[in-house]
Design a protein around this ligand. Sequence first.
Ligand SMILES: Cc1ncc(COP(=O)(O)O)c(C=O)c1O
Length: 387
Amino acid sequence: MSLRRRTVGPSTAAIHGDGPSHELGAGVSPPIHQSSTFVSEQGGGGSEVLYTRYGNNPNQLRLAERLVRLENAEAAIFVGSGMGATALAHLAVLRSGDHLLSSEWIYGGTRRLFTEDFDHLGIEVSFVDPDRRRDWRAKLRRNTRAIFVETPTNPCMRLIDLDWLSVLTQEKGIPLLVDSTFASPINFRPLEHGADVVIHSATKYLNGHSDVIAGAVAGTEVFVEEVRDRMKLWGQALDPHCAWLIERGMKTLAVRMERHNRTGLAVAQWLEVQPKVRRVHYPGLPSHPDHELAVRTLEGFGGMVGVELSGGPRAAERCLKALRLITHAPSLGGVESLVSEPRFTSHAAMSAEQRASAGISDGFLRLSLGLEDAEDIIADLARGLGA
Ligand SMILES: Cc1ncc(COP(=O)(O)O)c(C=O)c1O
């Protein structure tokens, strides 16, 4: 099945459109403004005070402009981590006494934020199994102020139909917040499907080199201003050098995603026919429960693949020991292939029963495929499986 054709999606101009300067002697690479503060007018003078914690350092601003173009948003802001982005985006809309409706299929850290810290702040959170569509409406309350989902999900790569869900949020007049880390704006842009706010762990695909921790929020001017205000007060600004590194990483985002998408599909197809593999979770495979939605809405199936081995946790352990190219480490979206076990990393905070109900069996392996040749990755997995 062929993927959806790009219509108004990002182009290389989104990243490269405003640089480099053609002025004689100008640097081709932008400078790093490694400065906490900037010369300001005496007596106030009405001009904006430039201070890196306020998010108005030139490196922070250049980076935000690029995400605005990539996500087709009005405004964007980068902050100190993906968790920071998730927390600030919610703090921008929720107050004590409010209720949040969240998908059950979310990153473990986000789940802890909702169940532990939001509880302390007097914000109630209820979870919906997205497979039970009717529950979204049934669990809405008078004080529900937002709906949050992650799509594609970590680690089963399930997809949530935003075109459908956003009818409900629009009817209720509340924002739909979407963590779109796994897709990157190259493969999916939630704002084009009725979402109001996009959240990224920029640590992952946006930066793409496993050397920075950062997060981003994109949406309307008004919403992002509210996030900016919370960022100033909760001290979540991104360091200028990190902003520069992410800008450099984003220059190759489209090219990297093209490769991740190709390798993801090749590896998933190979894994699916291996006798020692019980199940492969990849939206590009017809066996995936959301394959039809993936074909309709994604522009690439991505580089994340979930694998369950027939031999369970023991087989997973043996496989990890045998791998030579694929590195055992948490995180994802970098140039190098990584493998992790969600039960010990992203979903460690959940009980075995909660994980099982979310489709994450013990021994589930999550692959983040890098930019190595697909044949080399497959050869390493063959070694891991003893195939
Ligand atoms: C989907 C998703 N959202 C958010 C985060 C948090 O990002 P960070 O580690 O940059 O804080 C992660 C981290 O793995 C993630 O996978």
